[in-house]
Each structure stands twice: as structure tokens, then as C-alpha cells.
Ligand binder design. Structure first.
Ligand code: CA
Length: 229
């Protein structure tokens, strides 16, 4: 899952970025509202963390213009403590949640997980597909109760596939949601990672959990009974 952090205080921005990367998200950072809005329009983020007081374009104007284009990406606003009016304004303009500064990173991470669940059909912190489970709090994956060791990117890829079960995902969509800004989309890295992931989760028998869709990309499917009488 890929997150955009819009925060002008460099220290705070890098603290949030580091924490989110440890939670295995792909993270981009913008230091003002104008640059943030441009990035948010160019890329398909899964969640946006937005400071209110920003140069060039403040958080309220950002959320108003962003929602004005019909974009439904979840937005978590970082507000100053004790300013009820700011929180009300932010929520009314289309923010999904707010977190007063200063905050503990664990709370920010929990709110991000909650926002990601809202836009997904899966409401639990544990994602499932057949006998494969992925715990999004502990970042552990299991197949048949046996733990699977995954690298950061393998985990991110599996999380994205499992959150979008039954959707056909193009390679460019997968790239958008699993890798951050600097990534070269021309490479065949998605196929390389899918191959490694299939090997790790033991996905070699048809029908596979991760299925190839010719000419498009991949989809994760629940195994179905072959003959239902
Ligand atoms: Ca600020």
C-alpha cells in the first residue's frame, strides 16, 4: 500500500515516513500543499496524511480541491491540539479522520490501518485467501498455520493483492500501490516479485491463489470447489 505524507516540518515528515516504511508501506513525501496536490493527482495513493498548516496551499484548501475532483482516497488530517473548529472544518471538507499533534506513532499507524480497511471489503486486520493469512498488525504471513518469511516488498505486494481480492490488477496499478515515486515502471520487476512470492507461499498448483491474467496482470482468487452439485 502506498501513502503520501504532506508535511512541511522536515523532522516530522521524516519521522512519519520512517515509521510508515517500518510498517512496510511505500511512502512519498511532499513539503507543501501545492506539490502535495500535484502528486496526489498524478498517483493513486491508498491513504494521504495531511498537515493543516502548510505553505502555498493549506490542508483545508487541499482537501477541498482534492475532493472537488471526485477523488475518494482516505485523508488523515494532522491538526493542532485543542482546536475543535479546525477538526470540524477538516471533516466537513472531506477529511476522513484527524489526529491532533503531537501524537504517538502507534496511534497514527492504527488510524492508517483503519482508513485502509474502510476502502477495502476486508474489515479485519487479518487478511485471508484460502488457507493463506496475512496479519497487517504483526506483518506475519501464514499458509496452513506455517509461517512464511517475506521481504518488505514481498509483504507489500501480497498485502495489496489480498486487499484487492478478485480484482484484476494491471502491472502499472500494482507498481503504483506497492512502489514509491522513484520507481522505474518499465522494468519487469512485478513479474519477478510475483514469481518469488508464488514460490514462497507454495502457490504452484492450479488453480493458483495468484492468477495471471494474460495481457493485463494478476489477480488473487479464493480457491473454489471444482464441482458444486
Ligand atoms: Ca505545518
Amino acid at each position: 500500500m502506498r501513502i503520501l505524507v504532506i508535511e512541511d516540518e522536515k523532522k516530522v515528515a521524516s519521522f512519519i515516513k520512517r515509521g510508515l516504511m517500518e510498517e512496510l508501506y511505500a511512502v512519498d513525501v511532499a513539503h507543501d500543499g501545492e506539490a502535495g496536490l500535484q502528486m496526489a493527482r498524478e498517483n493513486d495513493y491508498d491513504c494521504i496524511i495531511l498537515d493543516v498548516m502548510l505553505p502555498h496551499k493549506d490542508g483545508f484548501t487541499f482537501v477541498q480541491e482534492f475532493r472537488g475532483t471526485g477523488n475518494t482516497t482516505p485523508v488523515l488530517m494532522l491538526t493542532a491540539r485543542g482546536t475543535t473548529q479546525d477538526r470540524v472544518t477538516g471533516l466537513d471538507l472531506g477529511a476522513d479522520d484527524y489526529l491532533p499533534k503531537p501524537f504517538h506513532f502507534e496511534e497514527l499507524a492504527a488510524r492508517v490501518r483503519s482508513l485502509l480497511r474502510r476502502s477495502s471489503t476486508e474489515k479485519s486486520t487479518v487478511l485471508r485467501c484460502g488457507d493463506l493469512t496475512l496479519d497487517t498488525v504483526t506483518h506475519r504471513a501464514y499458509r496452513n498455520d506455517k509461517e512464511i518469511e517475506l521481504t518488505t516488498k514481498e509483504y507489500s505486494l501480497l498485502e495489496y493483492l489480498m486487499r484487492n481480492k478478485d480484482r484484476v490488477l494491471s502491472r502499472s496499478l500494482i507498481t503504483q500501490h506497492v512502489w514509491s515515486y522513484s520507481f522505474d515502471t518499465e522494468s519487469n520487476i512485478i513479474d519477478v516479485y510475483i514469481k518469488r512470492l508464488r514460490k514462497k507461499i507454495g502457490d504452484d498448483d492450479d488453480p493458483r491463489l495468484i492468477q495471471s491474467v494474460r495481457g493485463v496482470g494478476y489477480t488473487m482468487r479464493e480457491p473454489r470447489e471444482k464441482d458444486v452439485e
